[in-house]
Design a protein around this ligand. Sequence first.
Ligand code: ADP
Ligand code: MG
Length: 320
Amino acid sequence: MSISEFELIRRYFATQFPKRDDVILGIGDDAALCQVPDGMQLAISVDTLVAGVHFPVNTSAEDIGYKALAVNLSDMAAMGATPAWMTLALTCPQTDSQWLTQFTQGLLTLAEQYHVSLIGGDTTRGALTITIQLIGFIPKSSALCRHQAKVGDYIFVTGTLGDAGLGLASIQQQITLSPSIKAHVEQRLNRPIPRIEVGHALRHIANSAIDISDGLLADLGHITTSSSVGAVIELEKLPLSQALRAEISLKQAWQFALTAGDDYELCFTIPAKYTELLPNILSSEQYTYIGKIENQAGIRCIDADGQPFLLNHKGYQHFI
Ligand code: ADP
Ligand code: MG
């Protein structure tokens, strides 16, 4: 069944999402009007997911809806911001009500969890593409940026790394996994957990932060380049899930952890003197030490004997 653009907006997007007092005018006019709280700055991010590029074409509509918001929430987490409002530009080949119901359900899961209002958007026909712009608040001058890592900072990551990469390899049938591990790593690919609470906790402690969307080396590389520093990663410290350890060799697991994208964990750096504060603000399973910021440019990876580890390739990059 096909419905009109306006019916689609009314049915799926205009009424179901959380309401907020700071939205003065939401969906329905030429633009939304919102009130920024006193003392807050806006953190604004946008991310596009293209079918076949950012998710396999057979991904469920619910997972697509979830992930489209999750990747933006992850950007907010990496800034230490609190999400508030979003706009949705949806391009789809047809108005399939079953697909739209499930897509909206996935989106609502996270919108409700983080109390995000859908305040507007655009709906067009074409190849399946989802763009979400997310707007959040951050107290003045407390954002976590990429460019302020300092020599001597300790480097940490949240969660475990490489699971989403193994999930993608499984979906693309490059590897055959046991059913429970396959389910776990595909869940990690499709349902990343935005680390909003960790971002908040780090506001006055971390010198720099980034979310890992393109692989640890690529994303930590953004921190080191924009901060004009280098880094050393102690490979045996990398947090690897039981799933990764069970299915592939340690060297392959490191390779996934360093270069596979889509984990949406945070990587952050902290001055040595603040590291003892971490247990007060985060639980021990929320973060893992992986190395240090150093003077020498580039990122060195060393094994337990201090020997350099050579990789096959770096993180995912578009257009090369
Ligand atoms: P305009 O012609 O002013 O661009 P549209 O007809 O595109 O308006 O949209 C009508 C209203 O519905 C606007 O308030 C717009 O923000 C909202 N809207 C359109 N598409 C979406 C969507 N996918 N999600 C949320 N709101 C939407
Ligand atoms: Mg429009």
